[in-house]
Design a protein. Structure first.
Length: 210
């Protein structure tokens, strides 16, 4: 009902809060019928051109985890919108959607002039967790914006792989004190993920124990 409220702030907050149920529905950990009702309601909001951009943006973000063709179409449409509000929501939704097909868009946004886009694109790459993303995330470790640097560190931890671990170890030697905790956590996550991929990756684990 709050999605129909007359106050845009209330509608936006409601749309954002429903995202958790979309995720549960995607993994069939929530009543399927109720989950589908929520997804359909968010879809109606996201398509409503008369709705405030902020409201539509939160709906698109919340729909991100749902792997349906029409959701992917909404994300793509938002990405090509004229306004940054919907475009940034699309970047966030791409990460939530976690499909490797989105990486070409995200790699472009890693080079955006807007630090908000660089930051969210990095986090989205982390969610998708393709090892190929490491080389694209590397320049962000030297970004002028500390939030972007932090996002790149966290993303490399989720991406894992030999290159991500190498980049994190190299950055650890020169990281500002404010990033030391994030680097340590990212390295722990990356090496743990490597351990789960099989014995052929043991050499990277040994390197990090040095």
């Amino acid at each position: 009902l709050l999605l129909r409220d007359t106050d845009d702030d209330v509608r936006a907050a409601a749309a954002a809060n429903l995202g958790q149920f979309v995720l549960l529905r995607e993994f069939e950990e929530f009543n399927l019928a109720h989950g589908d009702e929520i997804v359909d309601a968010l879809g109606s909001v996201a398509r409503d051109l008369a709705a405030a951009a902020e409201v539509r943006a939160r709906a698109i973000e919340s729909l991100g985890p749902r792997t349906l063709p029409w959701v992917e179409t909404l994300i793509t449409g938002a990405y090509y919108d004229d306004g940054d509000t919907l475009r940034l929501a699309a970047v966030i939704a791409m990460g939530a959607n976690a499909r490797a097909d989105w990486l070409e868009y995200l790699y472009d946004e890693l080079q955006s002039d807007d630090p908000a886009f660089r930051c969210e694109a990095a986090l989205a790459c982390g969610n998708i967790a393709s090892e190929d993303s490491a080389e694209y995330l590397a320049p962000l470790l030297d970004d002028d914006d500390p939030d972007v640097v932090q996002a790149a560190i966290l993303a490399l931890g989720e991406v894992s792989g030999h290159e991500a671990i190498r980049l994190l170890r190299e950055f650890r030697s020169r990281a500002a004190p404010e990033f030391e905790g994030d680097v340590a956590t990212a390295l722990e996550e990356a090496t743990f993920a490597m351990e789960g991929r099989g014995p052929e990756d043991d050499d990277s684990q040994d390197d990090d124990r040095e």
